[in-house]
Every structure is written in structure tokens, then in C-alpha cells.
Ligand binder design. Structure first.
Ligand code: AN7
Length: 357
């Protein structure tokens, strides 16, 4: 059967009917790749590591899973316009699905704080892009207020349809592995995604009659870690602009996911994020954006801490790291993280001198 996106594939688990006009770009069905090179790097024989490559979605991030449901439902319910505040990926996805559906799309972004790739996506898809002099949290408050007062549908993850769509990623992981993973490492920003995965795993557990659920291991950037600190942060900072969020909307649900699963929500530093970012690209050939690398950064931190040291030598555990967004979203960061190309004269001798064959 030809793949037709997450709504068709997981229809019975989603709030859609035969009357719902499905706005899709065949999102989802992303690769779950075994990361043998990273496994070697971690130095633990007992970990089977997989990477869920969500950057391979149509607009380059996991947001498309939720956006297909949110925009389809907005059209079904007769909306004329949708709106979101965004650190970039939500706005890119909202703009793309809106242009496909004919809805007007308005996005509020924190001025100067979103990666260029994401900004270019929102703009080329004809969204009304407004840069707010403030951070994401301020922009989200404004978007909420506007959507309460005017006939505009909010498509941030406060919109329950977003969470419903995003939970399909956990179904895919179970379907690909043929079992539930033991641990899932992932970034946490506004905390919608950890909420969605946990909801998905719990729903699938009932269907699959499994007694195993993964521990949810969420990671915030250390300068933007309100959940870890237990209080909102007024001026969050991190190079991982996607998760530069000081007051996550799904805070309570994220804490529930952590506690019900026996997992953790912890921090990784920008330095740890960049190390993991380069390691994923350099050892597995997958280019992710910095925020996404916080999942692997978290895994490296926990391996180093000895978190997995109690695993008996014959046992193996299955770990999935969620790589939420594509590296091309933020090419500036890649360029800043590596050495620039050497410039040489246009002759064989000069080129050979540099490439050292
Ligand atoms: C690549 O686009 O919040 O914890 O406005 O773009 O569900 O917020 C993006 C978040 C992780 C965090 N990785 O997910 C937005 C936005 C990437 C992201 C997250 C985001 P949530």
C-alpha cells in the first residue's frame, strides 16, 4: 500500500472522521536507524541504539505530524486563519500546511532568535510573519490572547490535535522495533513532544498488550531549563534556539511523563550539545539541528555518569534518541562549529598538498 501520511496510517487512534479533509504531505514514516558507530563510541556493548530521524519530515521537523492533524481539523471546523508563536519549526510547518489548505497563517517569532532556514520557510509559504521584541514565551502569550479574542485557531501544541498527531511517532517506533524501547532520550522545549510520545506509548501499550514502556529521558539546555530548576526562566539562553523556552506550555504533562515512566528531565550544556551535534553528523551521517542533538548529548552524559552500569553483561537495552529537526534549518551553526574550507590555487599540486591522499 502506498504510504499516505500519519492520519491515514493511524486513523483509528486519531480524532478524525470520514468527513475530515486530510491536509497531508505524507509526513511521518521516518527512518529509525541503528547507530552502530555511536554505540561503539559509547563503549557499552549492552546498548542497542536507534535514531528516530524526524528531520526527514516534509518541512524538516517532527512538527509536521501534529500540524497535519491540527490544520485538517481547522479546515473541518471552518477556520479561516491559524496562528502560532514559534522558535521556528512550528511556524515553518504551520506555514507549509496552511498554504496547502488555503488557510491564512500568522506567526509570531522572537525577533532575531530563530534560525534562518526556519524563517525562510515561513516566509516562502506566505505566512504573515511578525517578529516580536521579546522571547518565545512573550510571543506565545500574545498568540494565546489573540486567538481567544479573534476568530483565529491557535496551532501551538496547546491545541490538543497537535499532540494527537505527534503521538504517532511512538507508534512508528514500536512498529519498527517490533517491541517497546527501554529508554527514550529527547529534547524538551515547550514540552509538547514528550507529552505526545508518552501518550502514544501508553495508548499503544493497551493495543499491543505489552507490559513494557520506555523511560522518558528529557533534556533541556542548561540556560533554558525551567522544568529542571522548578521555576520559569525570564531570559532563557542557549545556542539551541528551538528549545530556548522559559515557561513550557506542557510543563505539568512533561513532569507526569517523567514520573510515570521512571525517567528524568535534566540539563545538557551548550558545549555538550555541540559535541553531540558534531558526533552525530561525523559518525552516523545525519545532520541535525542543535536542539535535536540534546537527546544524544543527554545519552552521553548519562553513560558517563554510569547510569547504565548496572546492566548485566549479557543483557541489552534498547535506547532510542529522537532527532527532532534537520541540520539545514540552521546552517549558520554548522559553519560556526567547523573549520572553514582551505582556499588554494587552481592547480593539481596545491589541491594535492591539502587533501593528503
Ligand atoms: C528541533 O517550533 O517550540 O518540547 O515553536 O523545534 O515539543 O517544544 C520547537 C521545539 C525540539 C522541543 N526539537 O519540542 C517551535 C518549538 C526541535 C524543536 C523541540 C523543538 P517541544
Amino acid at each position: 500500500m502506498i504510504y499516505k501520511g500519519v492520519i491515514e496510517r493511524y486513523r483509528e487512534f486519531l480524532p478524525v472522521s470520514s468527513k475530515t479533509p486530510v491536509i497531508t504531505m505524507y509526513e511521518g514514516n521516518t527512518p529509525l536507524l541503528r547507530a552502530v558507530n555511536l554505540e561503539r563510541r559509547l563503549g557499552l556493548q549492552s546498548i542497542e541504539l536507534y535514531l528516530k530521524c524526524e528531520g526527514f519530515n516534509p518541512t524538516g521537523s517532527f512538527k509536521d505530524r501534529g500540524m497535519t492533524v491540527a490544520v485538517s481539523k481547522a479546515v473541518e471546523e471552518g477556520a479561516k486563519a491559524v496562528m502560532c508563536a514559534s522558535t521556528g519549526n512550528t511556524s515553518a510547518s504551520a506555514a507549509a500546511y496552511s498554504s496547502r489548505s488555503g488557510l491564512k497563517c500568522i506567526v509570531l517569532i522572537p525577533e532575531g532568535a530563530i534560525a534562518l532556514g526556519k524563517l525562510s520557510q515561513a516566509m516562502i509559504h506566505n505566512a504573515e510573519v511578525v517578529a516580536v521584541r521579546g522571547n518565545f514565551d512573550t510571543a506565545l502569550n500574545l498568540a494565546r490572547e489573540i486567538c481567544e479574542k479573534y476568530p483565529v485557531t491557535l496551532v501551538n501544541s496547546i491545541n490538543p490535535y497537535r499532540i494527537e498527531g505527534q503521538k504517532t511517532a511512538s507508534f512508528e517506533i514500536v512498529d519498527s522495533l517490533g517491541r517497546f524501547p527501554d529508554y527514550q532520550f529527547m529534547p524538551v522545549g515547550n514540552a509538547g513532544n514528550i507529552t505526545a510520545y508518552w501518550k502514544g506509548y501508553k495508548e499503544y501499550q493497551k493495543v499491543k498488550h505489552s507490559d513494557c514502556l520506555p523511560k522518558m529521558m528529557g533534556f533541556q539546555a542548561s540556560g533554558s531549563a525551567p522544568i529542571v530548576l522548578g521555576k520559569p526562566i525570564k531570559n532563557p539562553e542557549t545556542i539551541a534556539t528551538a528549545i530556548r523556552i522559559g515557561n513550557p506550555a506542557s510543563w505539568k504533562k512533561a513532569v507526569e511523563a517523567r514520573d510515570e515512566s521512571g525517567g528524568v528531565i535534566d540539563t545538557v550544556t551548550d558545549k555538550e550539545i555541540i559535541t553531540a551535534y558534531k558526533l552525530i553528523a561525523g559518525t552516523e551521517g545525519i545532520f541535525v539541528e542543535p536542539a535535536s542533538a540534546s537527546s544524544v548529548a543527554g545519552l552521553l552524559k548519562y553513560v558517563k555518569k554510569g547510569y547504565f552500569s548496572e546492566i548485566k553483561s549479557k543483557e541489552t537495552v534498547t535506547v532510542v534518541c529522537i532527532l527532532t529537526g534537520h541540520g539545514l534549518k540552521d546552517p549558520d551553526r554548522a559553519i560556526k562549529s567547523v573549520r572553514m574550507p582551505k582556499v588554494v590555487s587552481a592547480n593539481l599540486k596545491s589541491v594535492l598538498k591539502v587533501i593528503r591522499l
